[in-house]
Design a protein around this ligand. Sequence first.
Ligand SMILES: Cc1ncc(COP(=O)(O)O)c(C=O)c1O
Length: 298
Amino acid sequence: MTGFDTLPNAPLQRLDLSWLRPFGVELAVLRLDLIDPLISGNKWFKLLEHLRVAQHLQAPGVISLGGAHSNHLHALAAAGKRFGFATAGLLRGHPQDTATVRDLEAFGMHLHWLGYAGYRARHQADFWQPWQAHYPGWHCVPEGGGGPLGANGCALIVEQARSQLAALGWSDYDGWWLAVGTGTTLAGLVLAEAGAREVHGALAVPLDHGVPAQVQALAGDTGYQLYQACRGGFAKVDETLRGFMTACEAESDIPLEPLYTGKALLALREQVESGAFTFGTRLIFLHTGGLQGRRGFT
Ligand SMILES: Cc1ncc(COP(=O)(O)O)c(C=O)c1O
C-alpha cells in the first residue's frame, strides 16, 4: 500500500461563459476531474487520510459502501488495484449490472449487495460489526469517504488553486462554488479558508439528508453558504438541466455530469442572475469529477 500519498495536481483554468459576462462575475475552474483517469475528482482527497490510517494500522484491506453508480467506490476500487490493497464494497439495493459495477469487479473489489433496508442500517452503531468479523483487521470507510478524515484531506485542495492564481492573472479570489453531497469536500475548503473567503455549496441532495448538520459538525457555523440545487431529488434530471449542460459544454469544452457538477453550475447561474454577486467577483468552481457516473445517464 504505497504511492497514494503523492497527490496529483489539478489544473486551474479560466471558465468564460456567456451568462457570466453581463454580471461581471469571473470564474476559474479547478479541474479535479483531470487529476487521474480513474481516481478522479474529489475522491483522492477524500480518501487520502482514510488510506493513511489504513496503512498505519497495516490493514489488509479497506471496506466502504455506496450505490451501483458510486464514484466513491469506483475510486476506492481503482486505488486498491493501483496501490496494492484489497477492497470490499457494500452496495445499496439488489444486484445490478452497471458500467460502474463491472469496473468494480474488474478492479478486484469484493462486492456485497445489502438490499435497501440493509443499506439504510448503515448509520446504526453496530453496522460494521459483522463486516469487521468477515474481514478481520480491514479498515472501514464511511459512505462517500466522509467524516473528519475526509474533510482534512479535502482541505489540501485549496492550496492547489492558490498556487496557480498568478498564472491566471489573478492576485486573489473571493470564494468557491462546488457541488455538495455529504458536505465533506465543502467542509475541507471551509477549514482551509478559515473565514478568509466564502465557500458556496450547491446541494445535490434534498435538505432532509442532514447535510447542514454534518457540515456544522465538521466545520462550524460560518464561512459557507448552502443553496438547494437538487432539482426535485438526487437522481432527478430535467430538460432545463440537460439543455444547460449541453450549452455550457459547447461553450467551454469542460465535461459535466448531471448529478453534481451540472446541477452545481446551473445553481451558480441562478444565483449570478439573481444578482447575488457584485460586479468583479472572482469565484473558483471546483470540478469534483464523477464523470464515470455519467455512463448511467447516456
Ligand atoms: C462528482 C461528485 N461531486 C461532488 C460530490 C459531493 O462531495 P461531498 O460528499 O464531499 O459533498 C460527490 C460525492 O461524493 C461526487 O461524486
